[in-house]
Ligand binder design. Structure first.
Ligand code: 5GP
Length: 254
């Protein structure tokens, strides 16, 4: 169980079920809350984006969405690196470097952080990734870098078409053994929890910064993203749907 999702044993070897919770956390777990309906929206939005990426040749862990909160995915070993792609400077980058918030970058910039909550996901260099073998070798790292840029190109266009600026986002990749061959797959999720999304006209934030910065109307921001992507209809009120708690499966002995 992680901060926003639970991974359950899948129906077949090499698969898992990814369950989206309503829990929201920020600042390395110091700020916590529940946002009713968030899991349902992230499940749908992430399914939409990963399916579209799959159609342009990006291999992902997604097999199919099962229900309102769950996806069937390939079981992967997650690489301990967060790949952050930025088009506009904001967030931790502007804090760290004193660059004015909202500065448009001349080309997409990729940053890496080491996935370690105890250390607060510290920023790392390519050299750390290779030295500590967090990614197997340079070829694999170059492949992931190229994938990040391709994903950014596609997502920027997709969001721009519905009046949203893709400011930045975080990707995670994992290794899956498919028919005896190691594959690097895009994993985790892509949603307003992992992206910064600003309305083109008003620059209104439609993402997790509404939670991080106490801007209110969090779920309305996520719903707006889903509506514009054509995932939910105008009249849908997902926040009113109630769900019971899932039952965990012990996979240790299997
Ligand atoms: P920043 O480094 O400015 O805090 O975040 C850059 C981008 O990556 C933002 O879109 C943010 O949502 C995403 N991001 C970075 N780290 C994490 C993380 O640990 N969890 C989630 N959900 N998103 C992250």
């Amino acid at each position: 169980e992680g901060k926003a999702k639970i991974i359950y044993e899948g129906p077949e070897k090499g698969t898992a079920i990814q369950h989206f919770k309503d829990d929201a956390t920020a600042f390395n777990n110091q700020k916590r809350s529940t946002v009713e309906g968030k899991g349902v929206l992230n499940n749908r939005i992430s399914e939409h984006i990963l399916s579209n990426l799959n159609q342009i040749g990006i291999k992902t862990h997604l097999i199919k969405r099962l229900n309102m909160r769950e996806q069937l995915v390939r079981l992967v070993e997650i690489l301990p690196v967060e790949f952050i792609v930025r088009n506009i400077a904001t967030g931790s980058m502007t804090k760290r470097l004193g660059i004015p918030d909202g500065t448009i970058l001349s080309k997409p910039l990729i940053e890496y952080s080491y996935k370690n909550d105890d250390l607060g996901d510290p920023l790392i260099a390519r050299e750390h990734i290779l030295e500590f073998k967090w990614v197997k070798d340079e070829k694999a790292l170059n492949f992931i870098n190229d994938s990040c840029l391709r994903i950014n190109d596609f997502m920027q266009g997709m969001f721009r078409g519905v009046g949203i600026k893709l400011v930045d986002f975080k990707l995670e990749f994992g290794i899956a053994n498919i028919e005896g061959k190691e594959n690097i797959l895009l994993a985790d999720e892509i949603s307003p929890d992992t992206c910064r999304l600003w309305d083109v006209a008003s620059e209104k934030k439609l993402d997790k910064d509404r939670f991080r910065k106490d801007l209110g109307n969090i779920i309305q921001g996520y719903q707006e993203v889903a509506r514009r992507l054509g995932i939910i209809h105008e009249e849908a009120n997902i926040s009113e749907v109630k769900f019971g708690k899932p039952k965990a499966v012990n996979i240790k002995n299997k």
